[in-house]
Design a protein around this ligand. Structure first.
Ligand code: ASP
Length: 180
């Protein structure tokens, strides 16, 4: 347990003050919100992972601060299995980031898995359909990281950029922010 002061950061507090009297809410890691922020403080709300182990088991996890100015008690998409996070040994593991309300409407992570399971799409095709077509039509911005049971991976987003990285046993080791 830690006191409230432990969790206080002036930068995030000021972000909230700017927006709190409005009905708006925003992603805390939107690039516009990071201007003027010292490099060492550029930590971002969302941390997600998806992994396949040598036994063929897939796991995924997502941690987030949610959205700035979110309503008290709001539950975002991140902890909702099948929405912001999902893993199924038969198909894929997924971790999402973005405007949770839209990800919930689209049941994003499970939808990717279903497109693979029931429609026979590849991981990449399924991610493209959900992130670049379905979410875009709804107005939802964000992306996901994904791995399938054969070790194929996809880092797919419809926003300007997404902090992402991948590492494989074949030696791929790569990080990126904007388009490749
Ligand atoms: N998806 C999160 C939410 O809506 C925000 C994020 O971390 O990307 O709560």
């Amino acid at each position: 347990m830690a006191s409230d002061e432990y969790f206080f950061t002036k930068y995030r507090y000021d972000q909230w003050i700017d927006i709190r009297d409005s009905d708006f809410y925003q992603l805390d890691h939107k690039e516009d919100n990071l201007k003027g922020m010292p490099q060492e403080e550029k930590k971002f709300g969302t941390v997600g992972a998806a992994a396949l182990d040598v036994h063929g088991h897939i796991a995924a996890g997502t941690s987030t601060g949610g959205m700035t100015n979110k309503r008290y008690g709001r539950i975002g998409d991140s902890p909702l299995l099948g929405v912001g996070t999902y893993a199924n040994d038969a198909t894929c593991g997924i971790s999402c980031t973005g405007h949770g309300e839209y990800f919930m409407r689209a049941v994003v992570a499970y939808d990717v898995s279903c497109l693979m399971e029931y429609k026979g799409l590849s991981l990449q095709e399924a991610c493209r359909v959900v992130v670049k077509e379905k979410l875009v039509k709804l107005g939802g911005e964000g992306g996901l990281i994904a791995v399938d049971r054969k070790g194929n991976f996809d880092l797919c987003y419809n926003s300007e950029g997404m902090y992402r990285g991948v590492r494989t046993s074949e030696g791929i080791n790569k990080v990126a922010i904007y388009k490749d």
